[in-house]
Design a protein around this ligand. Structure first.
Ligand code: PLP
Length: 407
């Protein structure tokens, strides 16, 4: 008899975004005359830039001609993209990463989830709270999270690190041994970042304890402050204790196009085994490579034209983030993030529960947000706004919120 992976049975329903969508839909049906503005979704809205679409078109044409047609490519990605990544994302910042330490994929979500394949089931996993849910759920599926405690809204075997205003959104080092540590900077959902000195503390901890940091830099393109590393490998010693996930999704609008990459340094060894070799084995066994066409589109991001064009889109979103940040502050809220990130994270007024404030903004300002509590227990009392919308709609949404809260 076939048995199932019973860890899947332990997963609570994916509640957050379906519940957000349900509440918006119920309200919209009851009030069809109201225009709801969504500052809730973490998805881009600007189209792909011309440098990318030109490269995509050219690659499609190559695939349609016998002389330039390509079948299976290297599972790890084409050299042209791995080399462009190394030159632009790392060597330009003085970081010595080699092309064979870069693995191209269809996005950071898959890699964040699949990386667990190369680690033992007995690793103790530390996550920030609030957190991007993929880290939690994929470890739960692999049996590393224990059981779900619905009362506490926590998994019994995960180590949760509160990442809140009170600690400046810099989690404290664990008080019990942990083996795998997920760090996301710029952070989803808080929009806050860790400085080089703050990351150095984690790198030293991981090296001293033979732990591994799983560093998610999906939002690095939004960083504008000098002391905030774009890569964990800017921190001395990280090459012996960290793996980094990157994505073209928010950098270049690839959420629907799909491309990302993971860096596993050759110097990273645990149990006497190279994790670069293990990830290479995992990828070449279970993954047949990212489409050639898409990799050509991603490589165009690293041209002069591509860089100029994607940075225009990022500047557009960052302007929205500023509008949201300044407006919420004007409305008297305690506001975080937004500077090096497309996410603005605010405390709800007078400690109102997240879902109550979500309902208030939806019903009284007709603005949709995401309640902080949905990202983990320490997200209670916060609300997330995203800067990925249209400029005019963002301004209008913020005006409505300011008017409501100043009433
Ligand atoms: N990591 C974080 C922190 C994210 O917020 C997201 C998407 O929202 C991802 C990874 C997934 O990115 P991708 O589109 O490359 O799968």
């Amino acid at each position: 008899m076939a048995t199932i992976n019973s860890n899947y049975q332990k997963l609570p329903g994916s509640y957050l975004f379906s519940e957000v969508a349900r509440r918006i839909s119920v309200y919209a049906q009851a009030h069809p005359e109201r225009k709801i503005i969504k500052l809730s979704i973490g998805d881009v809205t600007r189209p792909l830039v011309p440098a990318v679409t030109d490269a995509l078109h050219a690659a499609v044409d190559e695939m349609g001609r016998a002389e330039t047609f390509r079948g299976y490519g290297p599972e790890q990605g084409y050299a042209f993209l791995r080399e462009a990544i190394v030159a632009y994302d790392f060597q330009r910042r003085g970081v010595n990463i080699q092309p064979d330490e870069v693995f191209i994929s269809d996005g950071a979500k898959s890699d964040c989830g699949n990386i667990g394949d190369i680690f033992g089931a007995d690793n103790k996993v530390a996550v920030c709270d609030p957190v991007y849910p993929v880290y939690v759920d994929t470890n739960a599926m692999a049996g590393r999270a224990g059981d779900y405690d619905a009362q506490a809204e926590k998994w019994t075997n995960l180590y949760y690190m509160p990442t809140v205003a009170e600690n400046g959104f810099a989690p404290a080092l664990p008080t019990e041994p942990v083996d795998l540590i997920y760090i996301c900077s710029p952070n989803n959902p808080t929009g806050t970042v860790l400085t080089k000195d703050q990351l150095k503390v984690w790198v030293d901890y991981a090296n001293a304890n033979d732990a591994v940091i799983l560093f998610d830099a999906a939002y690095e393109a939004f960083i504008e402050e000098d002391n905030v590393p774009h890569s964990i490998f800017e921190v001395e010693g990280a090459e012996t204790c960290a793996i980094e996930f990157r994505s073209f999704s928010k950098t270049a609008g690839f959420t629907g196009t799909r491309c990302g990459y993971t860096v596993v340094p050759k110097a990273l060894v645990r149990d006497g085994v190279s994790l670069n070799g293990m990830w290479n084995r995992r990828q070449s066994t279970k993954f047949n490579g990212t489409s050639y066409i898409i990799q050509r589109g991603a490589a165009a991001v690293y041209t002069e034209e591509g860089q100029r064009q994607i940075m225009e889109n990022i500047a557009f979103y960052k302007q929205n983030a500023k509008v949201i940040y300044d407006g919420l502050q004007k409305a008297g809220l305690e506001v975080y993030g937004g500077k090096n990130s497309p996410y603005v994270w605010a405390k709800t007024p007078d400690g109102m529960p997240s879902w109550d404030f979500f309902d208030k903004l939806l019903e009284e300002a007709n603005v949709a947000t995401t309640p902080g509590a949905g990202f983990g227990p320490s997200g209670e009392g916060y609300i997330r706004f995203t800067a990925f919308g249209e400029a005019e709609a963002t301004v209008e949404a913020v005006e409505r919120i300011v008017a409501l809260l100043n009433k």
